[in-house]
Ligand binder design. Structure first.
Ligand code: ATP
Length: 329
């Protein structure tokens, strides 16, 4: 059953000169209960914008349309009484920088307790007790909750932010580059923790990252974004072994692997401008397998396998190119 169902999502930002920048274009995304989905793609493709639209965090000058159904409620309907409560209790957000998520002058346990009190889930004393339990759940001694954020290491702060994200017993944890700012050892610990929490609590996970190895370690599925659209989605191993969209293949080939003797293959060119109207496939100018039709006609939605979708005129083109086989999933 879908716990989060995003359909026809569009986001336009207003540039300083008044132009409309179409950052997310008719995007559909479904997250099943307990599923772990990685939203991947290179910088600027719109990953964070999707999360921000779901969580109503886009700037007031942005325009958002479409449907974001969570628990039977459309979160994009502005006067929906339940939307705010649902958004901040059922869905929970973890950011890249834990330091920015905490108020430096408030004790950690009080900050974890606050959302429970604000949303009327617990009285202040019970909320602090629960905050200490949550700290223990993420591997921090409950007594450390009396400390201030600057007394925590980077890894501890990231754990504490996870504890705060769990405060309202969410069904969905949304994590935006949760390990990008951490060193490799701490990154591995946080990924293991996310894995454990998601299994133990039955949490669905929407993980936004440009880091494919992180997705392959933690997620069952991936949705690959390019220029504001999801161009391919499916089980992560299928996407690696038989990518339908050339962008998926080229993204894997551009991912470094410490064990590989192959050079990393970069993707030439850059994504199209956001204010541009499109006729063909947005990736065609950079694609190593593009045909004429790719430049002139919008790509069709194809099903390269059960449980898989791709938007491509030439699904599977170029999969036997030599740059592949460089990484392991
Ligand atoms: N507040 C804003 N005003 C105008 N344009 C914006 C704003 N926020 C994002 N954009 C633009 O929208 C596009 C998508 O940005 P977004 O941050 O969602 O991408 P991303 O895939 O998350 O990238 P990254 O991995 O670098 O965070 C980019 O071209 C970005 O410059």
């Amino acid at each position: 059953m879908a716990v989060l169902d995003v359909s026809g999502l569009n986001v336009w930002y207003q540039a300083p000169d008044g132009r409309q920048m179409h950052a997310v274009r008719d995007l559909d995304l479904t997250l099943e209960a307990g599923q772990r989905l990685g939203l991947v793609g290179e910088s600027g493709c719109g990953k964070t914008t999707v999360l921000n639209a779901v969580m109503a965090l886009v700037p007031p000058t942005a325009t958002v349309s479409g449907r974001v159904i969570f628990d039977g409620v459309d979160l994009l309907v502005p006067d929906e009484i339940n939307a705010r409560k649902h958004r901040w209790t059922g869905l929970s957000l973890v950011f890249q920088s834990a330091m920015n998520a905490f108020n430096p002058v408030v004790r950690v346990e009080d900050q974890i307790a606050e959302p429970m009190v604000v949303h009327g889930l617990r009285d202040p004393r019970a909320a602090v007790r629960r905050a200490r339990e949550l700290l223990e759940l993420v591997g921090i001694a409950p007594s450390a909750g009396r400390r201030y954020p600057h007394e925590f290491s980077g890894g501890m702060r990231q754990r504490a932010m996870l504890a705060m994200a769990l405060a309202c017993d969410p069904q969905v944890l949304i994590a935006d580059e949760p390990t990008t700012a951490l060193d490799t050892m701490v990154q591995a610990q946080i990924l293991t923790l996310l894995d454990r929490l998601s299994s133990e609590l039955g949490l669905a996970l929407l993980l936004v990252t440009h880091d494919l190895p992180v997705v392959s370690q933690l997620c069952d599925r991936a949705a690959v974004m390019y220029a504001g659209r999801i161009v391919e989605s499916g089980p992560i191993a299928d996407l690696y072994h038989s990518p339908a969209h050339p962008y998926t293949r080229m993204l894997f080939d551009a991912t470094p692997d410490v064990l590989s003797e192959h050079a990393v293959a970069s993707i030439p060119g850059s994504p199209p401008p956001l204010n541009e109207e499109r006729t063909g496939c947005a990736f065609a100018p950079r694609c190593d397998s593009a045909a004429e039709v790719c430049r002139t006609e919008p790509p069709p939605l194809v099903r390269p396998g059960s449980d898989r979708l791709a938007e491509c005129h030439r699904p599977g083109a170029g999969v036997d190119r030599p740059a592949r086989k460089a990484h392991h999933v």
